[in-house]
Design a protein around this ligand. Structure first.
Ligand code: UDP
Ligand code: MG
Length: 153
């Protein structure tokens, strides 16, 4: 099954939305295989957002991402990367569709609640960036037979 990495950003943690957002991901049927609170620093953010370091908004982004600790989560599911990106909505919360996490909880193109990996390849790189192997757990929840048909897993 595919894995993806999400970060609940300071815009989520600082607004008391950790439970609400985590609950949506759980209720969807994604399995949490790793979860922890960490304080990000500039070094890891330069790596994580390497595609954005030259952008004028980068310093603001880094400062915003260090404003509170974040929750890092590894989620597992069939097509987990695509499913979670769809649940997040587009980057700018003002443009994200209602019903998505950003569409329901964000009014910003920067303070947009959640990070989610954008490809299975990047997901594995990002999981390794934020989790040690012993912090990840491979288990099947009891209700897995109600989440998927046998031919889907
Ligand atoms: N971002 C921003 N201004 C922009 C574009 C992006 O502040 O014009 C921030 C925003 O928090 C976004 C993050 O940089 O989530 C990473 O950008 P990316 O293009 O990878 O978007 P995402 O994959 O998060 O939708
Ligand atoms: Mg991205």
């Amino acid at each position: 099954m595919e894995r993806t990495l999400i970060l609940l950003k300071p815009s989520c943690v600082g607004r008391g939305l950790i439970g609400e957002v985590t609950s949506r991901l759980e209720k969807k049927g994604l399995v949490i295989c790793g979860m922890k609170m960490i304080q990000l620093d500039e070094k890891i953010l330069r790596e994580h957002y390497s595609h954005l370091v030259e952008k004028p908004f980068f310093p603001v982004l880094v400062k915003g991402m260090m404003a509170t600790p974040v929750i890092a989560m590894c989620l597992k599911g069939v097509d987990a990367v695509e499913v979670v990106r769809l649940m997040c909505g587009v980057t700018n919360g003002r443009k994200a569709a209602p019903g998505t996490i950003r569409g329901d909880f964000s009014m910003s193109g920067s303070q947009n609640i959640i990070h989610a990996s954008d490809s299975p390849e990047n997901a594995e790189i990002e999981i390794a960036r934020f989790f040690k192997p012993e912090e990840l757990f491979d288990y099947s929840p009891l209700e897995i037979g109600y989440i998927y048909s046998p031919d889907e897993v």
